[in-house]
Ligand binder design. Structure first.
Ligand code: SF4
Ligand SMILES: [Zn+2]
Length: 546
């Protein structure tokens, strides 16, 4: 019945005047910069049809028709706007993903796909991979074209997080690494440089500033030298493949490293102030849903782990990986949808409030899977199951304000937990309805933890590892506000500055004489305004004793 009505409405002929209104509505929606979903409702009211407002599916159908007729150019992002899907820049920064060139990885993980056209572990038909191959894995071209695409559809790009993906970053030749990062910065600056440091200095005051830089690597490739090198590149976040916290499982799946090595990498990176993003993989060879649940528990009960962000990648049985042979011989079985949903629901409930659970499934393009779950909406299914039980995930991603329009009043909450590198203070501003407006991660390093990194500039300093304030992207300097400010949203009220002041007070009370921050190159100006100055590979601020 519902289907019939839907078709009846779509089939309803539109008058020339209605068509004209639709065309103008779509044109205006496409040109808005920055775009917020609420604006579409205003446009619907501004451009009504003769008999009321247009329906969402009428707008989408009209857009497709105008494109087919050549009156408009098709753009997937504009389609997403008209479908009222959330936009990418909603968390406060524009993310640009850049893939490194095809290159071997020292790992021999049996679940990892091999595609000679791609860096290890990537499949050629994944969205980021298609773009990278199109640009011949050129970091400048990939970055510049992504920025152009975002700007063409009205996204602000003055705060850009670079996400460098592909195999094991630390295994690439050093001169390639340095050139790659330099060219990403050149693309942000729109100017070629002669050296990495020159590109970084220019980015401090560029129109498009780098506010975060992430790479991905293996735990056994992280030592004090690597930590220093990453910092010199301007890296602020490390994605680390932990996969399992059970040496037997790591061994069976030929990971080639131990849990002790994961702990050591986490300790070093945390002491050096990096944001820690771990990858964890249930359903590996030798695991069961029960053993995976126990493994997930270790992530949070072990002070040597406790990452800031986590991606759960249930092991996907793809034909390009050696694990497919185990499956053929009956030695491996992918979990059923029900088993997976139950496990993921339990994981969500066990995730602490200081963690951002970025993903619980990897979207493998159709045609690669040998067997196992192909449901791409697992996150929604899991969320619905929890909601039906009156429960909800408490992680950062599930609580951040995004475009929900929350504007305070903000209550400051402090959550302290012990780690192998020292005590962590997770400070956050929340609404009465428990929506998260912003947070800060402060490490009070344990004795010896800093010395282990060899980073002399951090001696005697407490370390701010992350400051994040939510809300749509707000252009730098807009409305005379600082980088953590913006009109009408979480960024408006200077939550970042208030969080920093609180961190200073905590560090001072704990007896630290200095506060360090692992500042992305493009945030240096912001921290200068808060009294920090560049010192070696960090920014530091002396703390007056109280
Ligand atoms: S370390 Fe990562 S990229 Fe390398 S083989 Fe293992 S899973 Fe694949
Ligand atoms: Zn969550």
């Amino acid at each position: 019945m519902r289907t019939e009505r839907w078709y009846a409405r779509r089939a309803e002929p539109l008058s020339a005047a209605d068509e004209d209104q639709l065309f103008r509505l779509i044109q205006e929606a496409a040109g808005l910069a920055p775009f917020e979903p609420a604006q579409l409702s205003r446009l619907l009211r501004r451009y009504p049809r003769a008999s009321g407002q247009f329906a969402k599916d009428q707008i989408v159908a009209a857009y497709r028709r105008f494109c087919a007729e050549g009156r408009l150019d098709f753009d997937r992002e504009i389609l997403r706007r008209l479908q009222m899907k959330p936009v990418r820049t909603v968390s406060g920064v524009a993310t640009v993903t850049v893939l490194t060139k095809p290159f071997p990885c020292p790992g021999e993980c049996i679940f990892c796909p091999t595609d000679a056209r791609m860096p290890k572990s990537y499949l050629a038909d994944e969205p980021g991979a298609i773009r990278a191959e199109y640009h011949h894995f050129d970091p400048y071209e990939t970055t510049a074209s992504r920025l152009r695409a975002l700007e063409n559809i009205g996204h602000a790009t003055d705060k850009v997080e670079l996400l460098i993906l592909g195999g094991t970053w630390s295994y690439y030749p050093r001169d390639y690494q340095e050139w790659f990062i330099q060219r990403c910065f050149d693309a942000l600056n729109g100017v070629d440089s002669r050296a990495l440091e020159e590109a970084q200095r220019r980015n401090e005051t560029a129109a498009r500033r780098n506010v975060g830089l992430a790479i991905e690597t293996r735990p056994d490739y992280v030592d004090a030298d690597e930590v220093r090198r990453l910092r010199r590149y301007g890296v602020t976040k490390v994605q680390l493949g932990a996969q399992s916290l059970d040496d037997r499982i790591l061994d069976l799946n030929r990971r080639g490293h131990t849990v002790a090595q994961t702990r050591q990498a986490v300790r070093l990176l945390r002491a050096a102030g990096f944001k820690l993003h771990l990858h964890w993989m249930p359903n590996l060879l030798g695991a069961t849903p029960a053993s995976d649940q126990a493994d997930y528990e270790r992530l949070w009960s072990d002070p040597g782990l406790r990452p800031d962000e986590l991606k759960i990648y249930p092991c996907a049985l793809v034909r390009e990986a050696a694990l497919a042979d185990w499956y053929e011989q009956g030695a491996y079985r992918p979990y059923s949808d029900d088993e997976l949903i139950e496990l993921l629901a339990a994981c969500k409930l066990r995730t602490p409030r200081y963690v951002r659970l970025n993903r619980i499934i990897r979207d493998i393009p159709a045609g690669h899977m040998v067997a196992g779950s192909t449901a791409s909406n697992l996150r929604e299914v899991v969320q619905r199951r929890l909601a039906a039980q009156g429960q909800a995930c408490q992680c950062i991603r599930c609580r951040e304000v995004r475009d929900r329009g929350a504007a305070g009043p903000w209550r400051l909450a402090s959550n302290t937990y012990a780690t192998s590198a020292g005590d962590e203070h997770f400070l956050s501003f929340n609404t009465a309805g428990d929506r998260l407006g912003g947070f800060l991660r402060l490490l009070l390093p344990a004795a010896g933890a800093t010395a282990e990194t060899g980073l002399d500039e951090l001696r005697g300093a407490a370390v701010v590892r992350e400051v994040h304030v939510y809300g749509p992207v707000v252009r730098l300097g807009e409305a005379g506000q600082a980088a953590d400010a913006g009109p009408g949203r979480a960024q408006h009220v200077g939550l970042g500055g208030r969080l920093l002041a609180e961190a200073e007070a905590i560090a001072r009370r704990a007896g630290y004489g200095r506060l360090a921050v692992i500042a992305a190159v493009g945030t240096r100006e912001y921290y200068r305004r808060h009294g920090f100055a560049v010192d070696g590979l960090y920014m530091l601020k002396p703390l007056a004793s109280s």
